[in-house]
Design a protein around this ligand. Structure first.
Ligand code: ZN
Ligand code: ZN
Ligand code: ZN
Length: 384
């Protein structure tokens, strides 16, 4: 496991651990068990992914007697050496192959005295760890850690918002270069390879996703790439993004026409989409609900008769994960607060014909909204 740790201010991490422990106590949990993934990255600055050898932060709820501990396979301990664990009061507990790490976690949890009754496990912890942990702690109910972690991660601090701005500017630079890549006669895959290289060249660690949906493929919202040859007159949905070194992600969609669009309904339908996306962004402010933003995007599209062609929620939160809370979807009555960051990305998809989507990442400010993506929203007609 390559453990890429992030340079993080120990004071910031200490405050996050304290808040997580307090939120866990308020949720009637005994401890949080956080395996590698974005939650561990958020709490400790630790990179890496979960695999068959257990790495797990055991974070007792506020008021517990036991200190937090990071359970790590002995052979991977060097990968965590750069983290300020001593400053944070996190004890490192190593184990070697042949030992049972799940029993080790159970022992750590019983250090406070009573056996734990309720444990929250990271959403991304694999079943090959959650099930053995259940066997090691048969009296403990397991719940997801998401409700605790989302309370913290959903409200970004100034440094996180700055990282999202930097990611947004980087992906805007890639969209600004689209005429270099998107030309008739090239396949989506060829265009996508060039875009991937540009995503890295413009400051991302990797291209996490590259969607080039040309012609009828644009009507499939999560189409990735294919060998379809782009033709003059095609409408092309380009949805791209990835993480910058700080760990925060970009995600931005623009819709292009390769020469004047071949189909006569493109301009009018696109105008409906553009108005809907603008209305939804303008509805973002503290106090508005997540579902009201979804409705602001959906109503003008439905009024124009395209409601059935807008087949997904309006947006998703973004940060260390490309998709995270808050989700901008009907039924989500979450009240928006300053620091929340999410996409506003309505689309109109006409099966078998063409599709369009416009996506910006926005941040809720003290009195309104800031977009971290700032490329023009018009249908971009490229030379062909
Ligand atoms: Zn998506
Ligand atoms: Zn996207
Ligand atoms: Zn998105």
């Amino acid at each position: 496991m390559a453990t890429v740790s992030m340079k993080q201010d120990p004071a910031v991490l200490a405050a996050r651990l304290t808040r997580a422990a307090a939120t866990a106590a308020a949720a009637d949990l005994d401890a949080l068990l956080i395996s590698p993934g974005s939650d561990l990255r958020y709490l400790l600055g630790a990179g890496g992914e979960s695999h068959e050898r257990l790495t797990c932060l055991v974070l007792p709820a506020a008021g517990a007697a036991a200190p937090p501990a990071l359970v790590v396979p002995k052979l991977e301990e060097p990968g965590f050496a750069d983290l300020p664990l001593a400053d944070l009061g996190v004890e490192v507990v190593t184990w070697v192959d042949g030992q049972d790490p799940h029993a080790l976690v159970a022992d750590l949890l019983r250090r406070g005295g009573a056996a734990p009754a309720r444990l929250a496990v990271a959403d991304v912890m694999p079943a090959l760890h959650t099930i053995p942990l259940r066997s090691a702690l048969p009296g403990a109910e397991q719940v997801l850690a998401a409700p605790v972690l989302r309370e913290l991660r959903m409200r970004k601090d100034a440094a996180e918002i700055e990282a999202l701005r930097k990611a947004g500017a980087a992906i805007d630079r890639v969209h600004a270069r689209m005429a270099e890549f998107l030309k008739p006669g090239r396949t989506e895959a060829e265009v996508g390879a060039d875009i991937s290289a540009a995503i890295r060249a413009e400051g991302h660690v990797e291209a996490a996703f590259v969607i080039v949906g040309s012609g009828p493929n644009g009507a499939s919202p999560h189409h990735a790439l294919s060998d379809r040859v782009i033709e003059r007159g095609d409408v092309v949905v380009v949805d791209i993004g990835g993480p910058i070194p700080e760990g925060y992600n970009s995600d931005c969609t623009r819709t292009y026409a390769v020469g004047e669009p071949a189909q006569s309904d493109v301009r009018d339908t696109y105008a409906v989409l553009q108005a809907a996306q603008r209305a939804a962004v303008q509805a973002v402010r503290p106090g508005a609900t997540a579902e009201s933003i979804d409705a602001a995007a959906r109503e003008p599209i439905a009024a124009a008769g395209f409601g059935e062609y807008f087949v997904h929620r309006t947006g998703h939160g973004i940060g260390l994960d490309v998709h995270e809370e808050p989700y901008i979807v009907g039924g989500n009555q979450l009240v928006l607060e300053p620091g929340m960051a999410f996409s506003v990305e309505p689309g109109i998809y006409q099966p078998g014909r063409w599709g369009a989507r416009i996506e910006d990442i926005v941040v809720v400010t003290e009195d309104g909204v800031e977009s971290v993506n700032n490329r023009p929203h018009e249908l971009v007609v490229l030379p062909a």
